[in-house]
Design a protein around this ligand. Sequence first.
Ligand code: DHB
Length: 301
Amino acid sequence: MLFLGKEIPTPLTLASGILGISFSSLQRVIRDGAGMVTTKSLSIEPRIGHEGPIMAEFNGGLINSVGLTNPGIQDGLAEVEKFHQNCHGVVIVSVFGGNAAEFVELTKAVNDSSADILELNLSCPNVEDEFKRPFALMPDKTTEIVAAVAAVSRIPILAKLSPNSNDITTMAKLAEAAGAHGLTMINTLGHGMVIDAIARRPVLRNNFGGISGPCIKPLAIKLIHDVYQVVKIPILGTGGISTGLDAIEMMMAGASAVAVGTAVYDQGLNVFKSIRAEMEAFMETHGYADYSDLIGILEEN
Ligand code: DHB
């Protein structure tokens, strides 16, 4: 199938932030049956991120407050080059800037690399103290950043939207109008808080974090469904997928491809093999010849 003009064997994708940026772990995901991998968001300079604990489990998923830990755009893109030396998988490079000028600088660096698709992380919830409100909550900022990047990018752009926006369909339409070629949705929900009752403290050092995993799947599916009705550009769906059936549901709601994140922590790297096998079995049983036959075919009651 095709996603943003790239031929991919399956719509399965590694979500951003899960396996960092090292080329060998990204290649392993492709070998296990994913069509695309997304890097951890890269910023212009390296970032250490927040003090630990940065992640906490609860019975519906995970909360995290990583703080955009990454080695910086130059080192990150060096890994992308190593990845492509002996692997044909599609690499989505996620970038994070503090303003439109930084996003443009990052885009120019990505232009000089072998990255296939650029994802704009407009919606990290964990760095408000440094960068103020996530851009994906602000219509003017979303338009400004997407338009500035679209003017210089040599490769297709995904705008990553936030479920915390109170009008995600408007944000989606604005990103499309500003030149985004596709949308990634959804980023983590909230902030949430997980408490250690014995210690009488939040588990995360940063107190709060973005929520991911199975508990956000119904929200992701509803928002993808809503956005699918109002845009023409493809959606990379993500949020709580841990089985092949989850992935199929999300595609039926309107996603053209689906990214897996939290389930990698729960099930390990074999999750890509198992989700791929479950999707293929479902399609065989129910007579779908191609992944693209699943996109947006939901019938409403
Ligand atoms: C970070 C966490 C997220 O949940 C996210 O969506 C983006 C970035 C982070 O803290 O690094």
